[in-house]
Structures are given as structure tokens and as C-alpha cells.
Ligand binder design. Sequence first.
Ligand code: AMP
Length: 281
Amino acid sequence: MQILTTAAGLHAYTETARRAGRRLGLVPTMGALHAGHLQLVAAARAQCDEVIATIFVNPTQFNNPDDFRLYPRVPEADADLLRPAGCTALFVPAVEEMYPQPTVLRFDFGPLERVMEGAHRPGHFNGVATVVSKLFHLARPHQAFFGQKDWQQVAVVRQLVADLSFDLEIVACPTMREADGLAMSSRNRRLDAEARTSAPLLYRVLTAAAAQVRQGVLPARVQAAAEAALAAEPRCTPEYFAVADAQTLQPLRAYEPGRAVVLCLAVHLGGVRLIDNVVVG
Ligand code: AMP
């Protein structure tokens, strides 16, 4: 596995591989890798000749300085996981390498980002779109692999690809969970023992809400029941619980036949912000 730290190095590596006729898969991450990330690497490996993982804790997508400062960083352990997983190149740039100058361009994804993560983390998707665009330009992959754990991010990145005519395919992979249902996340490392014990509540609430959606319980009632169940856990502070159209991400007042529903939540649990979602239909 080739370790690349400069934008020029990444560009040279991927252009050489592209000219040799190799199919390139890109797996963008912020590191502190777990089985959810490795699943993306495995999917890329199954479909591509080159698997280029990137690890970059992107400052422009954090609206909370403490969240950025405390984000887990374990680059050596990450490289040790990626090598046997079949990753052929790892790009680990410094902040100055990705941002030699402050960016001026601002992305606006309209209604897609006026809800959920976009509404609660101002500037978040501008930062995501900026760094993802840079990575797409530098690596020019044939396919890029993202997790449905970040459902809204996948929607925003698909919009980015469509609007800017990036010549690549976005592949979305299912959410990997711990045995007790907790969605794998780098931030889980920051949960203390007590918070970790409470954390399976998130998926339990999502699963119960999904059952209600299937029974036709109105979105407002599903939302109220889920918010109450989350708030009943003393260490949990719910930020939002949304019952939304799975494509447009807009909140639903009623269900439409044939249209999938996504249930998304964000909570603070013992001081750590966690998100999760399930799709119904
Ligand atoms: P992150 O390092 O958190 O930015 O995540 C990098 C990529 O891995 C994103 O596309 C995430 O959606 C994806 N990912 C994170 N956690 C999971 C998970 N539990 N299952 C599947 N994909 C995930």
C-alpha cells in the first residue's frame, strides 16, 4: 500500500493507474477506522483494480471546534487495518495540503441541506462538498464509496456529482452495526462506559419507529413517540428526530404509496454527538 501525503502525489499516482487502464475506487474517510469503513474498502476492492482510501479530518466540515479537536486520530492503526483489507493507496494529507489558501466558493444545496444535519450544523455540507470535490478532482476515480450511515451526505454528494458533472459513480453501502444495534462510528470511541450502555437505545427507537411507519402511524405521532423515548434516557439529549422522504429528505405529513421513508436522528449521549437512520420501503 502506497502512502501519499501530497495532492501532487495523489494526482500522479491515480493518473498513472488510470492511463494503465486500471479502474479506480475512492473511499473518503476521516480515519479512526472500524468495520463500517472496511466494508467500503471491500466493496471498492470487489469492483475496482485500485482502492484509494483517504484519511483527512476535514476542518471545514466541523462547526464545533471541540468536536474537531477531540475527533479520534489513530493514523498508524488505520494504516494497519487498510493494508490487509486490500487498499492499494492511502492518502493522508495535512490541512495545509488540502487548503493551501482559505476557500471562498460556497456550496448551497437548497432544500436538501435545510433539514437535519444541514440545519443543525451550519456550514457542514459546504465543508463536505468542498473536500469531496477536491478529492474527486485530484484522484478522478471511476467510483466513490460512501456509507448510508450518513444518508443526507450521500444525497448531497449525489447532487454535487450531478450538478458539476463529475464523471464517476457514487456507490452507497449499508450501515454496519455492533451486535447490540449501535451504528459503528469513530465517535463511539469517545463514549464512556455508561453512555455506551445506553447507546443501543438509538437503534431500538429507530426500529420501533420503522414498525410504526409500516403500520401507517402518522409521521407526527411517530416523531413524538421517538422523541419521548429518547428524552426518557437521562444521559441522552435529542437534537432531532425526522420522518422524511428518503429522496428529497423533506419532512413528511403523510405517506405516499411507493415512496421510501427515512427516519433520521441526532442525539448527544454523555457529551458525544451521534447520528443514525433507517430506511423504510
Ligand atoms: P467518516 O470517517 O465518519 O467520515 O466516514 C467515512 C465513510 O464511511 C462515510 O461515507 C460514512 O458514511 C461511512 N461510514 C461510517 N460509519 C459507517 C457504518 N457504520 N457503516 C457503513 N458506512 C459507514
